[in-house]
Design a protein around this ligand. Sequence first.
Ligand SMILES: Cc1cc2nc3c(=O)[nH]c(=O)nc-3n(C[C@H](O)[C@H](O)[C@H](O)COP(=O)(O)O)c2cc1C
Length: 354
Amino acid sequence: MTDQSARARLDQLWARGRAFLGTGTAIMGGAMSWVSERHLVSAISNAGGFGVLACGSMTPDLLAAEIAATRAMTTRPFGVNLINMHPDLDRLIDVCREQAVGHVVVAGGLPSGATIRRIKDGGARAMGFAPTLVAGRRLVKQGIDALVIEGMEAGGHIGAVSTTVLAQEILPELREVPVFVAGGIGRGEAIASFLELGAAGVQIGTRFVCASESIAHPNFKQTFIRAAARDAQPSVQLDPRFPVIPVRALVNAGSKAFADLQRAVIARVDAGELTREAGILEIEHFWAGALRRAVVEGDVETGSLMAGQSVGMVTREQPAAEIVAELIGQAEKALAGRPPDKAMWEAPAVLGAA
Ligand SMILES: Cc1cc2nc3c(=O)[nH]c(=O)nc-3n(C[C@H](O)[C@H](O)[C@H](O)COP(=O)(O)O)c2cc1C
């Protein structure tokens, strides 16, 4: 395959994703709390990808200001990621409508039918995360416009299943809406493979953390650049009576302190000095504010270093446009190396006549 036909093949493979997002490439920059603000989001969109603002725990006024500031930095499409359990979710959806946001991604649990309707009534496209095929089908019935499936290789909050297994379970079965694959994608060859499996596009977080435009603290970026895949580990739960939300992050002194805290809480509950409920709350509160501390203040010792396993493929700081171009180049190279079109080797007579 020539370089030109490899690009044509890539464009054909992600045509559905590009049309859905309104972009030149179907690469979504996954929303990352504190990292995915105006600078990184606009840089990804300006590079031909699809930036997504992380609303996190922002108030409606802050979100409105961030959307307006992002729009001042790019004329290209970008989306907004809202957390399903945010107490002001309806108001945040209204802000997206007022600001004419084209795509709203709901994370942190399955959005209700009412949430999906509210997004769509406001004129935006609604996207959600499908942890299983059944959940994906339910969201489709409720009117979701597109899905993200995210494997446990990803950075941040994770499910239990790997990206490759989720992709095999869901992509061939669920064709009604575009499906974007996330989790552990660090190179373009993997993008090409997921597109060939039926994905409409991909969502990438970890690889964009060290984009030059990312406002993440230099300490945070350096930790990413130095880390290997095996340093990005899921949070550890010591006792099933005290649940821990699974989060993948780089191991640091905070991870050790978290295990120590769990041990101390378990001992106090077992000794009758603390109720189980109070113990669960203490464990839940341990990481509160910790991602902000790491990303914004650069506390990489006790802060939360949420990162996916693809962190090993983050080797330097580079502009978002260079990251996108690199991914596209790798995807094209992979496609160029595929055997020629089936029609050619099924018609030897035609080839012989040439
Ligand atoms: C530091 C960090 C913060 C994240 N915060 C959020 C978030 O606020 N909302 C969300 O839906 N996903 C969040 N994610 C997940 C990303 O949006 C994305 O789906 C994920 O990073 C994809 O996997 P990858 O890291 O292997 O590329 C976060 C990921 C990281 C690394």
